[in-house]
Design a binder for this molecule. Structure first.
Ligand SMILES: NC(=O)c1ccc[n+]([C@@H]2O[C@H](COP(=O)([O-])OP(=O)(O)OC[C@H]3O[C@@H](n4cnc5c(N)ncnc54)[C@H](O)[C@@H]3O)[C@@H](O)[C@H]2O)c1
Length: 419
């Protein structure tokens, strides 16, 4: 392709605008944003200013943008989970290639249908499993493939969501309620199901799971608590106090996220107003949340290898850890510390400091930018599909495993066979 790839962005929030648009703006010779849609006029205006697209290329919804003839080569679908299926389907029928945020769709049938449409129409669709593109997981995969730990027999992975992140996104925020998004194990952990299977290169045979929403419920509200943090009698001693989260702690870190989710272009005044009346000022024990706050999943793989995965809100800090047990050695991997301990049996351990292997670890450990660059090159016809690429064909398995885990959880841990 001897011109920049044209791109339309559906959903100009945290992923669509703050992440992918900013990455694309750094590669003007390869890609150019030509249209955008958001139902929030402030965010749409922010996008117009950021990209310089004309007002005539700004649409009041993805549906309105999709009612036009095809406007670009590639569409980014970065709207809330429940919008993905219908918008991706419409976009595929207009022959867009797609960078599709996870989850593909909330049900197995919808995931498979989108995969089939993409294949029938010969469209390129990448699902945003950004972990695959991190140096950290690529190094783990390389180590496993090198044979240094022999055959993988067992993996134990923990996703530490962290107490405040759970409160922000999964109790007060956009992913709190399955009906508005999807079940926790799909929306949050399809990444984990994808990465675990990709790392060992095996398919999943059967699944069982337990978990529940145990803590962030009305009947767990401490005595003296109110319905909003700003007028709560015990706010001073509550670890989930939203005023402390958004005005004191995060203010000090200088990070944009997550205050920019609470208020667009946040100032102290805007944050206070949002905490007074908006969803992020609610007491964590008095929200309309229903997604689980902890869940364990057991997988049996095709060759009998086993995987145990835990997702939990109840951790002081966020991050993923992974232990990989092989027939000839073991790996212990800590994504937050960015270290991999390689322990070949009967030999000296070696600790790999992943920070020394690359310079950019911003945005999911550097995965966001690497994924966008690789997919843009693929759509431009400059590269083929790499082993990292999370094409929709490859991504569907992670979704089917996550949905099977949810089915098991809802049926008291019943074993679910995968075809
Ligand atoms: N790959 C990852 O690691 C990762 C990380 C976070 C979020 N996500 C996924 O990305 C998606 C977006 O998440 P986010 O954090 O950017 O959320 P967000 O709320 O910041 O952004 C979503 C945007 O979509 C807009 N929107 C809603 N309905 C729309 C419609 N019909 N047409 C056009 N715009 C519409 C909203 O106004 C909002 O600006 C979600 O599906 C989420 O699960 C993926």
């Amino acid at each position: 392709m001897n011109r920049p790839l044209t791109v339309a962005v559906a959903g100009c929030g945290s992923r669509g605008q703050d992440t992918y648009t900013k990455i694309l703006l750094e590669m003007p010779e390869k890609a150019k944003i030509v249209a955008a849609a958001d139902i929030n006029p402030e965010k749409l205006e922010g996008m117009r200013k950021l990209t310089g697209i004309p007002e005539s290329a700004c649409y009041a919804s993805a549906e309105e943008m999709l009612a036009q003839p095809r406007l670009a080569d590639l569409m980014l679908i970065c709207t809330p989970d429940r919008c993905h299926y219908s918008q991706a389907k419409a976009a595929l029928l207009l022959d867009y290639d797609l960078l599709l945020e996870k989850p593909i769709a909330p049900t197995a049938d919808q995931c498979s249908e989108l995969r089939d449409i993409a294949n029938e129409r010969g469209r390129k669709v990448a699902v945003c499993h950004v972990l695959r593109y991190t140096v950290f997981y690529q190094k783990i995969r390389e180590l496993i493939a090198s044979g240094i730990i022999g055959d993988v027999m067992n993996m134990q992975a923990i996703e530490q969501v962290c107490y405040w992140h759970q409160a922000h996104s999964f109790v007060r925020g956009n992913w709190r309620n399955e009906g508005l998004s999807s079940c926790m194990i799909l929306q949050k952990c399809c990444h984990d199901m994808d990465i675990l299977l990709w790392l060992c290169g095996k398919h999943c045979k059967r699944v069982s799971s337990f978990g529940s929403l145990s803590h962030f419920r009305e009947d767990r509200a401490p005595e003296g608590s109110g319905t909003r943090c700003m007028d709560c009698g015990i706010a001073e001693t509550c670890p989930y106090n939203a005023v402390r989260f958004y005005l004191d702690e995060f203010h000090r870190t200088g990070d944009e996220w997550p205050q920019n989710v609470v208020a667009f272009e946040p100032t102290e005044e805007k944050l206070l107003a949002a905490l007074k009346d908006g969803p992020y000022g609610r007491c964590v024990y008095h929200c309309d949340n229903d997604v689980v706050d902890h869940q364990v999943v057991n997988l049996e793989l095709e060759d009998g290898a086993t995987v145990n995965f835990t997702m939990t809100a109840f951790t002081a800090h966020g991050g993923r850890t992974l232990r990989v047990g092989g027939t000839m050695g073991e790996l212990y991997c800590d994504m937050k510390a960015n270290t991999i301990r390689v322990m070949p049996y009967g030999k000296e351990d070696e600790v790999i400091d992943v920070r020394k292997l690359a310079s950019d670890f911003s945005g999911h450990g550097g995965g966001d930018a690497r994924m966008v660059r690789e997919f843009v090159d693929l759509v431009r016809g400059e590269t083929g599909i790499s082993s990292t690429m999370t094409s929709i064909d490859r991504s569907v398995e992670s979704h089917l495993v996550a949905l099977a885990a949810e089915e098991s959880r809802l049926h008291g841990g019943e074993m679910i066979e995968l075809a």
